[in-house]
Design a protein around this ligand. Structure first.
Ligand SMILES: [Zn+2]
Length: 182
């Protein structure tokens, strides 16, 4: 089975992974958690939950780390893994275990991020979590605004690189407040 947890940054995706892991543990399932190496050996939710994770940069390394008797795996910040590798991985393993994929679905240019949008279309269960918009403070944020400065006053332009892993340059915003890079 494939489940996708997506939506804005700081919207509770890692918190929901934590709940799924806790429930799987209660059911006696063997669980493994993976994440892109922006995390160091754990996944941490903004709300304060933490869980050990295997942090590797490629799907091949996730596959090589799978325990033979694992029932449930979660992959956090899944948008950062190679799109085709992650799609193939999910197709290959989804009927043998529960796969929980969490990540943002759009990059700060408003484009599909990694495999997330394709996986949303292929999953049995999709949860879209909204964040609080940094600008209007409504609970409707679905996109990431990226800035060139820590004070969040200068939005990036088209010339900026596609991905910057420093979270402090990003904020969750709603579509009304989102300023696409010009
Ligand atoms: Zn807004």
């Amino acid at each position: 089975m494939l489940e996708v947890i997506t939506g804005a940054m700081e919207a509770g995706k890692t918190w929901l992974i934590y709940k799924r892991i806790s429930d799987a543990n209660l059911m006696g399932k063997k669980v493994q958690v993976f994440a892109y190496p922006v995390h160091k050996g754990e996944v941490v939710s903004r709300i304060g939950f933490k869980h050990d994770a295997i942090t590797v940069p490629t799907i091949a390394e996730i596959e090589a780390s799978l325990e033979p008797d694992v029932d449930t795996i979660a992959i956090d910040d899944a948008q950062l893994f190679d799109r085709d590798d992650l799609l193939h991985f999910c197709d290959k393993w989804r009927n043998r275990m529960t796969i929980i994929i969490a990540g943002v679905q759009l990059n700060s240019f408003g484009e599909n991020f990694g495999a997330m949008v394709q996986l949303m279309g292929r999953a049995e269960n999709v949860t879209v979590l909204l964040g609080v918009c940094e600008k209007c403070k409504e609970q409707n944020a679905l996109v990431s605004q990226r800035y060139r400065d820590l004070a969040h006053t200068k939005p990036i332009t088209k010339d900026d690189p596609k991905i910057d892993l420093r979270k402090e340059y990003y904020a969750p915003v709603c579509w009304k407040c989102y300023q696409p890079p010009l």
